[in-house]
Write a protein that binds this ligand. Structure first.
Ligand SMILES: Nc1ncnc2c1ncn2[C@@H]1O[C@H](COP(=O)(O)OP(=O)(O)OP(=O)(O)O)[C@@H](O)[C@H]1O
Ligand SMILES: [Mg+2]
Length: 177
């Protein structure tokens, strides 16, 4: 039988496969939370260093823990830092976008969009829209709130979907010392 104790035994290995090493080493120090998150999609905003990435990672982990405990089928997970899209060739961008549409749980970190091309904007729309249509879990963090994003996009298709179908969290506590 799958139990939370068994998950905790394997936690380090699971986190290592989910997140980049720096995030992983912070998460390892935070006790694992066995709690159902309710709402499926999350949009997490706040100033720099308010813990958005860590909060989103913990939510993703909670969703995976619930799945581990209650379902025989494992879920695929993709962590993607949106700004990395600009480092990829066109072919790699297409593959990444396809993967972002397909994966069971998608975590887009740092959705910063200034200077986004029409092609990338439409790709982002395809990701958000397809994932809603197929009821796949999406977690997004951004330094910009929806109002600011909508102004940058000069289009409301993405933001109105997020507003309607995501739980919106605004973090305010700064971890800066
Ligand atoms: N829940 C937490 N418990 C303990 N420390 C935390 C927690 N959340 C964040 N921190 C600390 O705060 C730092 C910043 O967190 P994080 O990277 O999640 O912020 P962010 O809002 O995503 O920052 P940015 O806007 O630069 O992307 C982490 O490196 C970690 O040291
Ligand atoms: Mg971050």
């Amino acid at each position: 039988m799958r139990t939370i104790e068994k998950y905790v035994e394997k936690r380090q290995y699971i986190l290592k496969n989910m997140f980049p090493p720096m995030i992983c080493s912070i998460l390892k120090e935070i006790p694992c939370i066995n709690r159902y998150c309710g709402s499926k999609n999350f949009f997490i905003t706040g100033d720099v260093y308010t813990g958005k990435t860590i909060k989103a990672s913990l939510i993703a982990e909670q969703i995976l823990i619930q799945n581990y405990l209650h379902s025989p089928n494992s879920m695929s997970f993709c962590f993607f830092n949106w700004s990395d899209i600009y480092l990829l060739s066109l072919d790699e961008q297409k593959k990444t976008i396809e993967n972002c549409i397909k994966t069971d749980i998608l975590f887009i970190d740092d959705l910063a969009v200034s200077g986004i091309s029409d092609w990338l904007y439409n790709s982002l729309y395809q990701i958000i829209n397809n994932r809603l249509l197929y009821e796949k879990i999406t977690i997004i963090t951004s330094n910009s709130d929806l109002e600011k994003l909508e102004k940058i996009f000069q289009d409301s298709r993405i933001c109105s979907r997020i507003e309607r179908h995501y739980e919106l969290l605004k973090l305010t506590k700064s971890y800066r010392k």
